[in-house]
Write a protein that binds this ligand. Structure first.
Ligand code: PNS
Length: 178
C-alpha cells in the first residue's frame, strides 16, 4: 500500500489557558515530540469571566515560546473541529491529568469525532508532578499567598503579581506571636 504524502504535521492544543501552567508546557513539549508544530488555540468564551483577557493570554504564551517557531498561539470561537479543519490540523491534543478529567474529556472527544470524524483527539499525560496543577488552583493559591513559582513559568508569576499585587505571605510570625 502506498503511503499518503503529507506535509508537516500540525496539532491544535485548545484550552482556556487562564493562565498557562507548567502542566500545559509539559503537554506542549510532549506534543512537539510527536508533531512538527503545536498550535495553542485559546477559546474566546464570552460566558466565562477570565482573569486574563484573551490578548493578555496570547501575549503570555508568545513570551513563553519566544524563539520557538514550532509553537504557535491563536484564538478561536465557535466549534473546535471547524477551527482545526480551517487551519489544516488533523489532530487535537488534550492533557489528561487524572481520572477526574476523563469523563469530560471523553465526552468532548467523542462529540468532536461525531462532528468531524477526520479529526483525531490525542490525549497526553503530563509528568506526575503536574497531575494536580490547574489554572484555577494556581490563581487561588497565589491570591492566598502561596508559592506558585514551581507551577507556572516566570512570566505568569509576574503577571499574577501585576493583577493581584504581591500577596501577603502567611509566615510563622503572623500567627499571633507576641
Ligand atoms: O481549558 P479548557 O477550558 O478545559 O478548554 C475547553 C475547550 C476550549 C477545549 C472546549 O471548551 C472547546 O473545545 N470549546 C469549543 C466549542 C466546541 O467545539 N464545542 C463542541 C465540542 S465539545
Amino acid at each position: 500500500m502506498r503511503e499518503k504524502r503529507r506535509g508537516p504535521s500540525l496539532a491544535v492544543f485548545p484550552g482556556s489557558f487562564d493562565p498557562i501552567t507548567n502542566g500545559h508546557l509539559d503537554i506542549v513539549d510532549r506534543g512537539l515530540a510527536v508533531f512538527d508544530r503545536v498550535r495553542m488555540a485559546i477559546l474566546v468564551n464570552t460566558e466565562k469571566k477570565p482573569l486574563f483577557s484573551v490578548e493578555e493570554r496570547v501575549a503570555i504564551i508568545r513570551e513563553v515560546y519566544r524563539g520557538k517557531p514550532r509553537v504557535e498561539v491563536d484564538t478561536f470561537s465557535g466549534l473546535l473541529v471547524d477551527y482545526a479543519r480551517a487551519v489544516g490540523a488533523a489532530v487535537i491534543i488534550r492533557g489528561l491529568r487524572a481520572i477526574s478529567d476523563f469523563e469530560y474529556e471523553f465526552q468532548m472527544a467523542l462529540m468532536n469525532r461525531r462532528l468531524d470524524p477526520r479529526i483525531e483527539t490525542v490525549f497526553m499525560m503530563p509528568a506526575e508532578s503536574y497531575s494536580y496543577v490547574s489554572s484555577r488552583l494556581v490563581k487561588e493559591v497565589f491570591q492566598l499567598g502561596g508559592r506558585v513559582s514551581d507551577l507556572v513559568p516566570p512570566v505568569v508569576e509576574r503577571r499574577l503579581r501585576e493583577k493581584y499585587g504581591t500577596p501577603i505571605r502567611r509566615g510563622r510570625r503572623a500567627s499571633g506571636r507576641r
